[in-house]
Design a binder for this molecule. Structure first.
Ligand SMILES: [Zn+2]
Length: 224
């Protein structure tokens, strides 16, 4: 597992923290999503003292994915004199931060529409099905020789992603996995339908709506 997880819960199961993860590449910190519990974790863990260059990649703006972003940006700018990169394929994040009173000079919004890369990582956003009133993005991520897919909140696995995983072009998949049926999140039965038993080990369940680790692992999936 290439990512380190800060939290793995859904918004209705805050016990497990907001689903978020990070990876450090060549001394730069990359954080996937910044929900309600994430700034607190980053602060206490010392990661913000250790790494000067911070990048936050957002999947969408629900508060369990972006709820502590404003505080993270303000803290780093005002206390650590750091301007962070906020990577998100939509201008709406700037509107949200405007409403929260975060000055535009406190952060850099990196607007990506297609494959984007810096010296350490490359990201390709994939629009996924989540809710009707907001776009949500999954990402194909390349770090060194490893390719992963990070789903964000998604009610299904896009066809090209499932195919890429099944043919070995994606090494690890991190996917929203629910036990409650809805149009917003991916039910565990759907993952079972898409991926045969011997192919589930490198699919890591995230955004859990209960303590389902043993249940998902018994089906052959991994849990972060
Ligand atoms: Zn959501």
């Amino acid at each position: 597992m290439i990512l380190n997880f800060i939290g793995k819960g859904s918004s209705f199961y805050p016990v497990l923290g907001s689903t978020s993860s990070y990876v450090v590449v060549n001394g730069e910190l990359y954080v996937f999503d910044c929900g309600e519990t994430v700034f607190d974790y980053l602060y206490r863990s010392g990661l913000l003292d250790r790494y000067k260059n911070v990048n936050v990649i957002l999947t969408h703006l629900h508060s369990d994915h972006a709820g502590s972003l404003g505080s993270l940006i303000s803290y780093l700018y005002c206390i650590k004199n750091t301007v962070i990169n906020v990577i998100y394929p939509n201008e709406s994040v700037v509107n949200l931060l405007d409403l929260l009173g975060i000055k535009r000079s406190f952060y850099r919004h990196i607007m990506i529409t297609d494959r984007w890369s810096d010296d350490n990582i490359s990201l390709t956003p994939v629009i996924v099905q989540h809710v009707e009133n907001m776009l949500c993005y999954g990402y194909i991520v390349n770090i060194g020789k490893t390719t992963i897919y990070y789903s964000g909140d998604s009610s299904d696995v896009p066809e090209e992603i499932a195919k890429a995983y099944l043919t070995g072009r994606i090494d690890e998949m991190y996917h929203d996995t629910a036990t409650v049926r809805s149009d917003s999140h991916c039910h565990i039965d759907r993952l079972c339908e898409l991926f045969p038993e011997g192919m589930r080990k490198n699919i890591y369940c995230i955004h859990l709506d209960g303590d389902n680790k043993e249940y998902f692992e018994a089906l052959g999936f991994s849990v972060v």
